[in-house]
Design a protein around this ligand. Structure first.
Ligand code: ZN
Length: 662
């Protein structure tokens, strides 16, 4: 073990810049220096494999994203005109937003955003840049400009990446690149035919392909070596094969080899086998997610977007997660839910804390703070799942928020501020652990009640997130957590209650545009819980709405009674899920989770504006640099770049393998 030498170093800069609605942060990688050289080399190969897939997501998000990105990058690098002034600055902000969103649609709202510069100015940027550096097979500047300008400036073209509104053809309305010349009905029929309703181990049909109609025939273009995205996937395979050689142990070798099989064949059974192997690899210090994983980018929920997360297990937080996991049955038994809807045998969740080394694709620059995989329900039921809390990301968020002034602005008292600063990081970590490890895995359905996606429909995911959050909240002030050494004192949980109520009643509204309702399911869930608790506790003043200097505050007066309220709501939402009670679920979500108090929203936006904090964050990745002795890598150094633009240009130059389509 090497001693940490931090004494003479300048403090690590967490936030580097802010533009539009985005702030750019950095994270450290604790534990990297303590690794064996072979482990560092393994990380380096996985790092290259992660970045090799980055372009895939750009193309998945919108078929012209790569054309647009490469054009903007060429302007940025070669424009010979004035590189100062309002228009230039606005152009650069637009480029940074495109980088951040992996395309021209907002990463969160999915709406297309356009640069606030005259299109004439944009034409001038093209004319005065190095034409040979532009992508695609355009022969003269004019046709290139004519193609590019509407794609970038016309809000009606490709206006939303993923459309979820019922009553429209979701495929036709969505700008993403998962289907071509296909109607929603045709796509649904295509997959309906493939699905065998009697198979208890259903294949994830459609996960790794684009569905197209050519000459009247509907076929899948599979993402694999020799198929669609071959140029990038071959690079991923190249690096994974190197990783296999230096893998930590036989199970990790077998896991990575199966992943290579999957990329070579595109066979979805191989992907399931890979996931089962991956679940069994709990010993390795280094872990990786690399593949077509989440399906939120497809309105039909089938197509997986590329992502990669390369990580090192964190010893301390894994202890914490393991304690939660080992006691999962205790939590289930002591949950306030109806005995009939409790699991008798809670099993199979392997939990750990990790520090990420690099993230790519759908996990970067914007990143999750917890991951629970694999997604296939039958694998989860038979083999369990891996639940992961990303520690170094959470630490970076905590450090950034401590200095933002937001806690001081929205907390009622100095005591509340101090409590939040003291325990903010720990209570957030515990919340994620309890939510992921205990919450989602808890409870059971009543006999004969179908899958929540079918019974609760469009309210299923909000109610599921609420259920997991309520489990975390209910136990947050349980003395059991102190007994298990998960927290030193109950006031850690008090800090959690305070911040949850502040967030659910007020601060999360900064992510909603004025006049709009709440759409995103995690946000709906948080308001649902906070607003329901506020109303139920009103007569006893459990959560109190106070005002001072014209500002609104929500103050928790009695944490113990608030816990009872959380417990009652948990009991009801578990009942709704277990019984598939659509009407009750709908009423809860619509009454408490969707509508926004217009005056309060306005006030929150104004207070937030004065703080000048962007509501969304993303991260600059560290850079891994191999050290060679002749042909061989003998060591790997880690660097922490501070320049977002520099990193994006570097990725575009060194880790970009897909051709540009006109
Ligand atoms: Zn969740």
């Amino acid at each position: 073990m090497t001693e940490k030498n931090t004494k003479n170093e300048t403090p690590f800069k967490v936030q580097t810049e802010q533009f539009a609605d985005i702030k750019i942060l950095r994270f450290r990688v604790p534990g990297f220096e303590d690794l064996l050289t072979s482990q560092k080399i393994l990380l380096y190969y996985l790092y290259e494999a992660a970045l090799a897939g980055r372009d895939i997501l750009w193309d998945q998000n919108f078929r012209y994203n790569l054309l647009i990105r490469r054009s903007l990058e060429n302007i940025y690098k070669t424009y010979k005109g004035e590189r100062t002034g309002q228009n230039w600055e606005t152009f650069v902000v637009y480029l940074k937003r495109v980088w951040f969103s992996n395309g021209i649609h907002h990463h969160y709202s999915m709406d297309k955003f356009v640069p606030e510069i005259p299109s004439d100015y944009f034409s001038d940027l093209i004319k005065n840049s190095d034409f040979a550096g532009f992508p695609g097979n355009f022969d003269e500047t004019d046709s290139f400009t004519e193609t590019l300008i509407p794609l970038i400036f016309d809000e009606k073209i490709a206006s939303k990446r993923v459309v979820q509104d019922a009553g429209t053809d979701l495929i036709e309305a969505s700008a993403n690149n998962f289907y071509e010349n296909i109607s929603q009905q045709e796509a649904e029929d295509f997959y309906q035919k493939l699905t065998d309703p009697d198979n208890s181990r259903p294949v994830s049909y459609g996960l790794n392909s684009k569905l197209v109609k050519e000459n009247g025939v509907i076929t899948e273009k599979v993402w694999k070596v020799g198929g669609m995205y071959a140029e990038a996937i071959e690079k991923i395979v190249f690096w994974l094969e190197k990783a296999i050689i230096v893998a930590e142990n036989p199970i990790q070798k077998a896991t990575l080899s199966k992943l290579v099989d999957f990329y070579r064949t595109g066979d979805l059974d191989a992907f399931d086998e890979y996931n089962i192997l991956w679940l069994q690899d709990t010993k390795s210090l280094i872990d990786v997610v690399n593949g077509f994983i989440e399906v939120y980018g497809d309105p039909l929920g089938r197509k997986g977007t590329f992502e990669s997360v390369v990580s090192i297990r964190d010893v301390e937080s894994t202890k914490r997660a393991k304690t939660v996991s080992d006691n999962a049955q205790w939590f289930e038994d002591h949950s306030p839910t109806h005995p009939e809807y409790k699991k008798k045998n809670v099993t199979g969740v392997s939990a750990k804390g990790i520090n990420v080394v690099i993230e790519s694709g759908d996990c970067s620059p914007s990143t999750p703070i917890g991951i629970n995989l694999p997604n296939a329900d039958w694998i989860r039921a038979e083999y369990g799942s891996k639940s992961v809390t990303i520690d170094n990301i959470m630490t970076a968020y905590d450090e950034a928020s401590k200095n933002s002034g937001a806690i001081e602005e929205f907390a009622w008292s100095d005591e509340e501020v101090q409590l939040s600063k003291k325990w903010g990081n720990l209570c957030a970590n515990l919340h994620v652990d309890l939510h992921e490890i205990v919450g989602h895995g808890s409870g059971k359905l009543k006999e004969g009640v179908g899958n929540p996606a079918d019974t609760l429909k469009n309210y299923a995911s909000t109610l599921e997130e609420a259920r997991a959050d309520l489990v975390a909240l209910y136990f947050a002030i349980d003395p059991k957590l102190v007994g298990l050494n998960l927290m030193p004192e109950i006031s850690v949980g008090f800090a959690e209650y305070n911040s949850y109520v502040r967030g659910g009643m007020m601060t999360q509204l900064v992510r909603v545009e004025p006049g709009k309702n709440i759409e995103e399911s995690h946000m709906r869930n948080r308001q649902l819980i906070a607003a329901w608790a506020y109303e139920k506790g009103k007569s006893e003043n459990i959560i109190e709405k106070k005002t001072r200097d014209g500002k609104t505050f929500f103050v928790v007066n009695n944490h113990v009674l608030l816990r009872e309220i959380f417990g009652a709501l948990l009991r009801e939402i578990q009942r709704i899920k277990s019984e598939g009670d659509y009407e009750a679920g709908k009423n809860l979500v619509e009454k408490y989770g969707v509508k926004v108090d217009l005056d309060l929203h306005q006030e929150v936006l104004e207070r937030w504006k004065k703080l000048n904090i962007a509501p969304f964050s993303g991260f600059i990745n560290p850079r891994l640099v191999p050290v060679f002795d002749g042909e061989n890598i003998v060591d790997v150094k880690i660097e922490y770049p501070e320049d977002f633009i520099g990193q994006m240009l570097e990725y575009g130059e060194k880790h970009s393998f897909l051709p540009t389509k006109n």
